[in-house]
Design a protein around this ligand. Structure first.
Ligand SMILES: Nc1nc2c(ncn2[C@@H]2O[C@H](COP(=O)(O)OP(=O)(O)OP(=O)(O)O)[C@@H](O)[C@H]2O)c(=O)[nH]1
Ligand SMILES: [Mg+2]
Length: 452
């Protein structure tokens, strides 16, 4: 008899919905199914079975569809019962209460996934990817989570581990037979191998700079002189008439935000008050906010009326505009270009647009996305993004391997090198969860939803 407890939770969000899914996981699941359904034989495995759920007192609770998974085939490696009920919170509450009365306890956040991990069905990177998949708020975040869930990082870790074990075997042979020289010059020898793996690990660790971007998205500040077309640009990015547009300079007084549509990234664009010298106290307060937004943004779009003399922008704006995190939109391309435009901040990437209507909106979005990727502010489609937790372990492993490599240079201290290699192996093991650290697992799974 298994000592595992049987847990229960609703896997769908609280509130009213067409359907609600309740999961029961553990050794009591088949017996609960049988008793609640009042059938003589157990439910047929993996088959959706409709029936009336009756509580312990024989009272009907709801008409449900149940699917039973045996331990061998379930996600968690223990017997699982999935019930699809009507999505009324009262019904869900009664079903859960009945499961508790039948010996279940409420599941902790992420406990189903934790069971799958502890049973070895998935590694830790895949467990984390399930939470990321649920919380992803852009196509790119979804794609990255999907690749993680498919075990891509886990496969890399397995390959680094194999190659490292090969190098370690050579080092250990040398410790046992020190009279034989270490093949330090050999391009397939341990020195080259350790340096090569260290550089691969650092390469993957560097992708974590995009981890936060994928989780929280990017903020884009739209700044420039009054009347340049900032609000028209925000509307083009948002795909709706979010901001007021008028030929009166100083239309936008306060900043306003809108999500950028049509891109695989989660980007919030912020329209701001036009910046110029002077103005009323109210305008000045608006301009101070524009600068604040520009400072806090991941990227700045400086909108310029390309048909007019270049604007005299405040010094404190120019100070924060750098080619690595800003671009110029030369707007009003339907009008003749003013000769000063070509010479205005020539180091910045630029794009000319006409924002009178939607004609340039798509080109604008695509160019913006390309620039963000080129400037490494957003991840490209082909990148696997590791999390900050993965990156720390990768960097730690890479440091240990570089140290190991330096111990192999004459006079070789092979034992020290071998120790550092083992340290690197431990760090790689942490990524996929080959560790015995309950506290770390508690913290990690606590960020999951209940019912996952
Ligand atoms: N000819 C031309 N006019 C444009 C273009 N884009 C915007 N405008 C016009 O320029 C004026 C100012 O546009 P807005 O988008 O309100 O400019 P803004 O930079 O937000 O202005 P403030 O909020 O006042 O700082 C409006 O009359 C727009 O119709 C363009 O590409 N060509
Ligand atoms: Mg405006």
């Amino acid at each position: 008899m298994s000592t595992l407890e049987t847990i229960v939770a609703t896997s769908t969000p609280a509130g009213r919905s067409a359907l609600a899914v309740i999961r029961i996981d553990g050794p009591l699941a088949p017996a609960i199914a049988q008793s609640a359904f009042g059938r003589k034989s157990t439910l047929e495995e993996k088959k959706a079975t409709p029936g009336i759920w009756r509580d312990l007192h024989g009272q009907p609770v709801d008409q449900v569809v149940a699917i039973l998974w045996s331990a061998e085939r379930s996600f968690t490696n223990s017997d699982t019962l999935e019930i699809t009920a009507h999505g009324n919170p009262l019904l869900v509450q009664r079903l859960i209460a009945d499961c508790l009365a039948r010996g279940c306890r409420l599941a902790e956040p992420g406990e189903f996934t934790r069971r799958a991990f502890l049973a070895g069905k998935i590694d830790l990177t895949q467990a984390e990817a399930i939470a990321d998949l649920i919380h992803a708020s852009s196509e790119r975040a979804l794609a990255s989570a999907r690749r993680m869930l498919a075990g891509e990082l886990g496969k890399h870790v397995a390959s680094w581990t194999d190659r490292l074990l090969q190098a370690l075997a050579i080092l250990e042979a040398h410790i046992d037979f020190p009279e034989e020289d270490l093949p330090v010059e050999d391009p397939n020898g341990p020195l080259y191998l350790l340096n090569k793996i260290a550089s691969e690990l650092n390469g993957y660790a560097a992708t974590a700079r995009h981890d936060q971007t994928l989780r929280s998205g990017l903020r884009l500040a739209v700044v420039g002189a009054p009347n340049a077309g900032k609000s028209s640009l925000l509307n083009a990015l948002a795909g709706s008439q979010r901001a007021l547009v008028s030929n009166e300079p100083g239309t936008t007084r306060d900043f306003l935000e809108a999500p950028v549509v049509g891109l695989p990234l989660a980007i919030t664009a912020v329209d701001t008050a036009g910046l110029r010298d002077g103005g009323s106290d109210l305008e000045k307060a608006g301009m101070a906010r524009s600068l604040e937004q520009a400072r806090a943004a991941h990227f700045i779009i400086l909108v310029v009326d390309s048909s007019a003399p270049s604007p005299a922008l405040p010094k404190n704006l120019l100070e924060i505009i750098h080619a690595d995190r800003a671009m110029i939109i030369g707007n009003k391309s339907d009008l003749a270009e003013h000769p000063s435009f070509a010479k205005f901040l020539p180091d910045l990437p630029r794009l000319k647009t006409c924002l009178l209507d939607g004609r340039d909106a798509e080109r604008l979005r695509n160019e913006l996305a390309d620039t963000l990727i080129k400037k490494e502010i957003a991840p490209g489609a082909e990148e696997l993004i590791v999390s900050v937790r993965h990156a720390e372990a990768l960097k730690h492993a890479a440091e240990a391997l570089s140290a190991a490599a330096s111990h192999l240079l004459p006079p070789a201290r092979t034992e020290l090198a071998a120790t550092r290699c083992r340290e690197a192996l431990d760090s790689l093991g942490e990524i996929v969860g080959r560790i015995d650290n309950e506290r770390m697992l508690d913290k990690l799974f606590a960020s999951f939803c209940i019912g996952k």
